[in-house]
Design a protein around this ligand. Structure first.
Ligand code: SF4
Length: 245
């Protein structure tokens, strides 16, 4: 760090290890957005309404990017690309945060966002090449009875705080705790993220990329056409996209 301060370490136990990653098959993604809805429900993501959406302030942690070719009206869609936090190994969002609110978990190799350290400078969002971070411009209200649907395992973020995809870290920890109490390791496929669970086309696969036998590792290895977006920046993204296989 250029400012010479020590980054506070996030301590984790030996059981809470593993490098988590994803493979997204763009060839079978239909763009249905079930993943977007599931992510919003799982992670207490607010719906900002038409006016704030118009200012580009929607809060979704995953979005579907669509690619087209041809000129109107002869346009043809060529690809759907679900875009979410790539949980980079050398995340460009981390060194620019003056409050160390965006930090790396050395144990799980995830890019963490510590909400109660965030002071809302939005440097991280501006320095993310994928533009997958969203900022709470307001304390968005949910009329009754909508608060009843909150996931109690996930914090409800307040105004002035940056947020983004966590790879459903609450699910990771739940699976780790269960495995620990049963004296075993987390089994590949035992749990998955909300987006992967909801995808009707099974376009999203989640798992441990440090386990060569896991499905996610096998998929990434098997398909030579897998790409990691913008990896030329040296940010070591953790999601492999399959396209044109
Ligand atoms: S749910 Fe699956 S098929 Fe639908 S948009 Fe998301 S990744 Fe694509």
């Amino acid at each position: 760090m250029s400012i010479g301060m020590k980054i506070p370490e996030i301590k984790m136990s030996a059981e809470e290890t593993g490098k988590w990653g994803m493979v997204i098959d763009q060839d079978i993604c239909t763009g249905c957005q079930a993943c977007v809805a599931a992510c919003a429900m799982e992670n207490n993501i607010t719906f900002v309404g038409e006016e704030d959406s118009g200012y580009g302030r929607s809060m979704h942690w995953i979005r579907i990017e669509r690619f087209w070719e041809g000129a109107y009206p002869e346009v043809k869609m060529t690809a759907n690309q679900p875009m979410l936090c790539q949980q980079c190994g050398h995340a460009t969002c981390e060194p620019v945060c003056p409050a160390f609110a965006t930090v790396h978990s050395q144990a799980e190799q995830l890019n963490l966002q510590v909400y109660n350290r965030c002071v809302g400078t939005r440097y991280c969002g501006n320095n993310c090449p994928y533009q997958v971070r969203s900022f709470n411009w307001r304390d968005y209200q949910r009329p009754e009875p909508l608060p009843n649907q909150f996931n109690p395992d996930v914090t409800v973020r307040r105004m002035g705080v940056m947020e983004k995809c966590t790879f459903c870290i609450q699910r990771i920890h739940k699976a780790q705790d269960k495995a620990k109490s049963e004296g075993r390791e987390v089994v590949d496929g035992e749990f998955t993220t909300a987006c992967a669970q909801a995808c009707p086309a099974s376009a999203i696969t989640f798992g441990r990329v440090d386990d060569p036998e896991s499905l996610v590792s096998q998929l990434a290895k098997k398909h030579a056409h897998g790409v990691k977006h913008l990896e030329e920046l040296g940010n070591l993204p953790n999601i492999t996209y399959l396209k044109g296989g």
